[in-house]
Design a protein around this ligand. Structure first.
Ligand code: UDP
Length: 412
C-alpha cells in the first residue's frame, strides 16, 4: 500500500521542543516508521523550512520525507502558514498525479485542507488526524488565539468531507460531534510511545546531591502558556523539599531572549522558588527518557491538551504522573492507579496532590509500575500502527483477510 502522509508544519525530521515542534512531529515520525516496518511505502510531505534541505530524504526506517517548496525556505510560524498552503496543495497535486497514493493521511487542519483538495479529485481517500482543534483553542484562548480566522470553517469542512477522522481520544470525539461529525466516519486511535526508548530500566540523569537530597519534579513540553508550567512553578512554593526541572522551549543557548522563559523566571522569583527551578530549554528527544527517569513525579498541568504524549512517556519509564484531567490525559492516565488527576489551573490542588505522592515512596512505586503495564499493553506503536492500518485498509477497500474492520466508536 502506498501511503502519503501530509504534515505541513511538523516534519518527522525536526528537532522537537520549540514553539511549533512537539507531539505531532514525534507522532508522524513514529507512525510513518512503524508503517514502513510493515512493508508500506510511506512518503511524508512536509514544507521545506530551510534552504539546504534535500528535496527528498530516506530515513533509516525506509520512510521518504518530501520537502515541499511552498513559501520561504525558512521557519514560518504555523499560524502564518495558510498563505502558502495553495502552493503546497499545487505541489501535492502534481506529485500525486504522477504517482497516485492509495491513501492520504493528513495531520493538522491545513494539511487536511491540502490533502482533500489534492486527493479527492484523483479518487485518493483521505484519513485525517486533527492533533488540535481550533474550536477548543478558541474556547480556551479567546482573543489570544492567533490562528487564522478561517480555521474553524475549514475544520468543519474537513469533518464533513474527510473519508475518516482518526481521533486520538474520547474527549476529541465529543468535540468532533459538536462540529457535526458523523460517528461512522470517526475512529479512535491514540498516540503511542516508543517502548524501546521509554522504558523503566535505562539510565537516569544523575541528580545533584543524589536522590536523597530533595525530591525532583520534571515537566516536559513546549513553552506555551496553555501547558500550565507557571501553575507548576506556583505549586512548588508549597513543596519545600522539591526541585523542578522544565524541559522545552528555545535552544539552551537562547533562553535569555525568550519571553516565556522570562515570565517563568519572574514567577519563580516572586514565589521564592527561583533557586529550585531549572529551566533547561529544549532537551533532545533522545535525552528525554533519562530525564524522566530521574524524576520522582512527572507533572503535566496543561489548561487543555488534545492528546499529551509526555505522560505516556513518563508512565512507560515507570514514573508516576500528576496531570490535569483534560483532553487525552483523561483516557491515558488512570486516576489513583497510574497517576493522579487534578483540575487544570489550580496550583493549590496540584500542590496537594504532589505533596501526597511525594510523601510516600511505596505509593509512587506502585503507581509507576502500573503505568508501565498500562503503556505496554495499550500504547506501543506497533499496536497503534496496526489499528491505523485497519483504517487505511477499510478505506481503500481491499482489507487483508486477517484485519478486522475498525470498531465503530461507541458513545453513551
Ligand atoms: N519533547 C522533547 N524535548 C523537549 C520538549 C518536548 O523531546 O524539550 C517531546 C516530548 O518528549 C514529546 C513531545 O515533544 O514526545 C511533546 O508531545 P506532547 O503531546 O506532550 O505535546 P505537544 O507538543 O503535542 O503539545
Amino acid at each position: 500500500m502506498r501511503v502519503a502522509m501530509v504534515s505541513e508544519h511538523a516534519s518527522p525530521l525536526a528537532v522537537v521542543g520549540g514553539v511549533d515542534a512537539g507531539g505531532q512531529n514525534v507522532y508522524v515520525a513514529a507512525l510513518a516508521s512503524a508503517l514502513a516496518r510493515r512493508g508500506m511505502e510511506v512518503t511524508v510531505h512536509t514544507r521545506r523550512d530551510a534552504p539546504g534541505l534535500p528535496d527528498r530524504v530516506r530515513t533509516p526506517s525506509g520512510v521518504v520525507v518530501d520537502h515541499v517548496p511552498a513559501g520561504p525556505a525558512r521557519p514560518v510560524p504555523k499560524d502564518d502558514l495558510l498563505a502558502h498552503m495553495d502552493a503546497f496543495t499545487a505541489v501535492l497535486r502534481d506529485r500525486w498525479e504522477r504517482r497516485r497514493p492509495d491513501i492520504a493521511h493528513s495531520h493538522f487542519w491545513m494539511s487536511g485542507r491540502a490533502a482533500l483538495e489534492a486527493g479527492h479529485p484523483l479518487g485518493v481517500p483521505v484519513a485525517h488526524t486533527f492533533h488540535a482543534l481550533g474550536s477548543v483553542k478558541r474556547r480556551h484562548q479567546g482573543a489570544l488565539d492567533t490562528s487564522p480566522a478561517q480555521r474553524l470553517d475549514e475544520e468543519r469542512r474537513i469533518v464533513a468531507t474527510a473519508d475518516r477522522i482518526v481521533a486520538t481520544c474520547t474527549d476529541e470525539v465529543f468535540e468532533l460531534r459538536r462540529l457535526g461529525a458523523d460517528l461512522d466516519r470517526v475512529t479512535i486511535v491514540p498516540c503511542g510511545v516508543d517502548l524501546d526508548r521509554f522504558r523503566p530500566d535505562g539510565d537516569a540523569e544523575p541528580r545533584p546531591g543524589g536522590r536523597g537530597h530533595r525530591h525532583r519534579l520534571v515537566t516536559v513540553g513546549r513553552l506555551v502558556e496553555r501547558k500550565g508550567i507557571a501553575d507548576v512553578v506556583a505549586a512548588l512554593a508549597g513543596l519545600e523539599d522539591a526541585e523542578l526541572v522544565v524541559a522545552g522551549g528555545p535552544h539552551p543557548d537562547h533562553l535569555g531572549g525568550d519571553e516565556q522563559v522570562a515570565g517563568l523566571r519572574s514567577a519563580a522569583r516572586r514565589g521564592g522558588v527561583a533557586a529550585r527551578v531549572d529551566l533547561r530549554g529544549r532537551v533532545p528527544h533522545e535525552a528525554v527518557a533519562s530525564l524522566l527517569r530521574s524524576a520522582d513525579v512527572v507533572v503535566c498541568a496543561p489548561w487543555y491538551e488534545p492528546f499529551g504524549m509526555v505522560p505516556l512517556e513518563a508512565m512507560a519509564c515507570g514514573v508516576p504522573v500528576v496531570v490535569s484531567a483534560v483532553g487525552g490525559l483523561v483516557d491515558t492516565v488512570v486516576d489513583g492507579v497510574t497517576g493522579l488527576h487534578v483540575p487544570p489551573r489550580r496550583p493549590g490542588e496540584l500542590c496537594r496532590a504532589l505533596r501526597w505522592l511525594l510523601a510516600d515512596p511505596a505509593r509512587r512505586a506502585r503507581l509507576g509500575a502500573a503505568g508501565v503495564r498500562r503503556v505496554r499493553e495499550r500504547y506501543g506503536w506497533d499496536r497503534l500502527a496496526d489499528a491505523t492500518l485497519r483504517v487505511y485498509a477499510d478505506l481503500v477497500g481491499h482489507r487483508p483477510a486477517e484485519l478486522e474492520p475498525p470498531a465503530p466508536v461507541a458513545l453513551p
